[in-house]
Ligand binder design. Structure first.
Ligand code: GLN
Length: 316
C-alpha cells in the first residue's frame, strides 16, 4: 500500500494548471541540447505536463500532446525489458550505484574495468541495449523495444524519429568511445555500430507527455497496467524505482531526490518521467536543460507539483 495522498482528478487538474501557469512565463530558460544537431532545432518555448493516474485518468496541460524525443527516458523501458530477458544476470555487466558523474562520462570505466556504474548513464544503457540485441538482428531488437512502449502506452501510433536517430548516429562520438572502451573490456558482445544503432534509435523514440506518463504508469502501479495486467513483478517495479531515484538524474540525482522526492528519469530532449508509487506517473517536457543535462523547467514543475499534491516517497 502507498502512503501517498490520493488526489481527485479535479484537484489534480487544478494543481497541474496552477504549476503550468506559474512557470509559463519562464518558458525558454535553460539551454537546448545541441550536441545532437536535430535536437537543437526544437522550439525552447515548448512546455507540457501530463499525469496518468492508477485509476485511469490522464490529466494534461500545455504541449502535453505533442511528441518529443524521449532520449534517456528510454533507458527505463529497455532496463525493464532486459531484466525480463536476463533477470539478475544483468547485474554482472552493469552496477547499481550512482555515478556522481555526467551522463556521458568515461572516467569511471577505466578504473572499473568496463563495468558501468548503473543502467541509466550512457555506458550502462548501451550495455543494456547490447543485452537486448542477443540472438536478434538490430531491427528485431528495436522492434521489440517499440512494441513494448506501444503496449505500455496502449498506443500503436508511437514511432521512432529517424531524423533524430540519424543525427545522433552522425555525431555520437562520445558514445562510440564509451562503446569501444567497453568492447575492449569484453563488456559489449556485439559490434559497436550494431549496438549503438539500436541505442540511438531507442533514444529517438518520440512520445508526448501523455503517452510517456501512460507508458510509465506500471511503475506506479506495482508493476501492472491498470487494464492489461502484469508487466513486471511488484518487486522489480520497486527496484526500478529505486534506481530511478538514485541514478535517474546523473550527478544531479541527489538534488532531484531532495527537491522532488520521487523516482525520476530525465532525457536531453527535455523530458522527465517521475513516479508517484501507488498514485500516478508524471511526464513533463521543456527542452531547456540545466548544467547537468536535465530539464530546468521540468524539474521545477515536478518540484512544485509534488509539493502541492503532497507527493513524496520520503513521508506523507
Ligand atoms: N542519446 C543521448 C546520448 O546518448 C541520450 C543522453 C540523455 O538523454 N541524457 O547522448
Amino acid at each position: 500500500m502507498s502512503n501517498q495522498s490520493a488526489v481527485s482528478p479535479e484537484t489534480l487538474q487544478a494543481l497541474v494548471d496552477s504549476v503550468y501557469a506559474d512557470l509559463a512565463p519562464r518558458r525558454g530558460e535553460g539551454a537546448v541540447a545541441d550536441y545532437i544537431p536535430q535536437l537543437a532545432r526544437i522550439d525552447p518555448q515548448k512546455f507540457g505536463i501530463a499525469v496518468a493516474t492508477v485509476s485511469g485518468e490522464v490529466i494534461v496541460v500545455g504541449d502535453a500532446r505533442e511528441a518529443f524525443s524521449i532520449q534517456s527516458v528510454s533507458k527505463v523501458f529497455t532496463l525493464a525489458l532486459a531484466l525480463g530477458k536476463w533477470g539478475d544476470g544483468l547485474w554482472k555487466r552493469v552496477g547499481r550505484e550512482p555515478s556522481g558523474t555526467s551522463f556521458n562520462s568515461i572516467v569511471q570505466l577505466e578504473q572499473e574495468r568496463g563495468i558501468p556504474r548503473n543502467p541509466f548513464i550512457n555506458a550502462g544503457a548501451i550495455v543494456v541495449t547490447d543485452l537486448l540485441l542477443a540472438g536478434h538482428q538490430p531491427r528485431e531488437a528495436l522492434g521489440e523495444i517499440l512494441r513494448f512502449i506501444r503496449f505500455l502506452a496502449d498506443d500503436e501510433s508511437i514511432v521512432v524519429d529517424s531524423a533524430v536517430a540519424k543525427s545522433e548516429t552522425e555525431t555520437g562520438f562520445r558514445n562510440q568511445a564509451l562503446a569501444n572502451y567497453m568492447r575492449a573490456f569484453g563488456n559489449l558482445h556485439h559490434p559497436v555500430d550494431l549496438t549503438l544503432g539500436v541505442y540511438f534509435h531507442q533514444c529517438a523514440l518520440a512520445l508526448s507527455c501523455a503517452q510517456l506518463a501512460k507508458a510509465g504508469l506500471f511503475l506506479a502501479n506495482g508493476g501492472r497496467l491498470p487494464k492489461d495486467g502484469s508487466v513486471v513483478s511488484r518487486e522489480r517495479a520497486r527496484r526500478i524505482n529505486a534506481l530511478m531515484l538514485t541514478c535517474g538524474h546523473y550527478d544531479a540525482s541527489g538534488d532531484f531526490a531532495y527537491r522532488v522526492g520521487l523516482p525520476g528519469k530525465s532525457g536531453v530532449g527535455g523530458g522527465i518521467l517521475a513516479i508517484v508509487p501507488g498514485q500516478a506517473a508524471i511526464a513533463v517536457w521543456s527542452p531547456g536543460l540545466n548544467k547537468n543535462g536535465n530539464s530546468l523547467l521540468g524539474t521545477l514543475a515536478l518540484e512544485m507539483l509534488a509539493q502541492r499534491a503532497g507527493w513524496s516517497v520520503f513521508g506523507a
